[in-house]
Design a binder for this molecule. Structure first.
Ligand SMILES: Cc1ncc(COP(=O)(O)O)c(C=O)c1O
Length: 403
């Protein structure tokens, strides 16, 4: 399988989406979760054909997306979705909000586990609920779900839990044991688990993605999952995601969603996602091969040039969660790095309180860009700031949208 290589810099600079358009030309963009690779050929073909047909209307209810996803889930993860209810919508974020609207009352507490994908804070608020943060805990081999603290939050009345599996920013696919225990706790306290699995196709060779709904009857009886081809095939702008329910009651909840929820699915997104799930495995494997060698490179570069910066190598996706606390650049190293090194990272404090002193780096780029970014950062002299109590950022005051 051939590695997928980054588009040339002139093509990247001509792109108009967030990653390459947000900053001036002297900044290396390593922030938002878009990849620098060209589109997969089956997706290009599907989109070109649709344009040639003038096929840009509304998504038909008889569309092939659910069948394509069922095939992919079975092939890739052995996940049998034969009897499952699948509903499409515009994106994963919207799916989370719509499910929360169905399963919570205004003001209910919804658990999230920082450091975590920053918009989770906003999505809970958008659904009219309030955030109950249960930070991940250091289990020696990296940050993991704190099942004891989760049980305490559930016992204290939380109504739902937005799980990130694999976890962004850590790239950790939660283990079957962790998920099984979580499902038992959720069943014991009547908590709905909404599992955001957008990064699942990007689990690296040698690691395992476990779909939350596959772990037990308890998980299926009350849980939901969200999937999308948008991260793994780099088509976030096309607007298509899937809400998944396997249990009777969650399926009924999807059935009573307002029709508008599914009507908002993008036609190009549906066509591109169908192509991705049907014919996109080879390209995806090529991307995973490039990401593996970029992670090897990052590991070497950090050891050589930034030994004070620590990290835990991700097992999924293309985001590296870097601990800059030993470098003395304060709570928001991304801000210092943008100013001094002209490299744009995602600011750690946006991921919740445990993100102070951290930044997230997107490594889905050419090895040359990655090396250039690390060299620029390493050229910035170490500082003396150890962290500024009280300046951490939480919900509603995220310094930059770090998606
Ligand atoms: C964990 C997670 N969920 C959701 C999203 C956003 O997905 P969408 O654009 O489908 O709303 C992202 C984007 O990076 C993400 O990392």
């Amino acid at each position: 399988m051939a590695a997928v290589t980054s588009d040339p810099i002139d093509i990247l600079r001509s792109r108009t989406s967030e990653k390459w358009a947000e900053h001036p030309e002297d900044v290396l963009p390593m922030f938002v979760a878009e990849m620098d690779y060209p589109l997969a050929e089956p997706i290009r073909r599907a989109l070109h054909d649709a344009i040639d047909r003038g096929d840009a209307g509304y998504v038909a209810s008889s569309n092939p997306l659910a069948t394509a996803f069922r095939g992919f889930a079975q092939r890739r993860w052995g996940w049998d979705l034969t009897g499952a209810r699948l509903l499409s919508t515009a994106d994963v974020s919207m799916g989370i909000v719509e499910i929360l609207r169905q399963v919570t009352e205004p003001g209910d507490r919804v658990v999230i586990t920082p450091p975590v994908y920053p918009p989770f804070f906003d999505l809970v608020a958008e659904a009219g609920a309030s955030v109950a943060a249960v930070p991940l805990v250091d289990a020696g081999a990296g940050l993991r779900l704190d099942l004891h603290a989760l049980e305490r939050a559930f016992a204290a009345g939380a109504r739902a839990f937005v799980l990130c599996n694999p976890h962004n920013p850590l790239g950790h696919p939660h283990s079957r044991d962790e998920l099984t225990e979580l499902a038992d706790l959720a069943a014991a306290y009547g908590v709905r688990v909404i599992s955001d699995e957008i990064h699942a196709p990007l689990v690296h060779p040698g690691s395992t993605f476990t779909p939350y709904l596959s772990v037990s009857e308890s998980a299926r009886a009350s849980g939901f999952a969200l999937h999308s081809a948008s991260k793994a095939w780099n088509i976030a702008g096309l607007k298509c995601a899937l809400l998944v329910a396997e249990g009777d009651e969650p399926a009924r909840i999807l059935d009573r969603m307002p029709y508008e929820v599914t009507w908002r699915t993008g036609q190009f997104g549906m066509l591109a996602s169908t192509a991705a799930y049907t014919d996109g495995d080879e390209w995806l494997d090529g991307v995973l091969s490039s990401l593996t060698s970029n992670l090897d490179l990052l590991d070497r570069l950090l050891r050589e040039h930034l030994p004070e910066v620590s990290w835990c190598r991700p097992e999924a996706s293309y985001l590296a969660w870097l601990d800059f606390r030993g470098r003395g650049w304060g709570n928001d190293p991304a801000e210092h790095i943008l100013r001094e090194a002209k490299v744009a990272l995602s600011p750690g404090p946006g991921f919740g309180e445990p993100g102070a002193g951290f930044a997230r780096m997107n490594i889905a780029c050419s090895p040359g860009l990655l090396e250039g970014a690390i060299r620029r950062i390493a050229a910035v002299p170490p500082g003396t700031r150890t962290g500024e109590p009280g300046s951490q950022t939480g919900a509603g005051e995220i310094p930059a949208r770090a998606t």
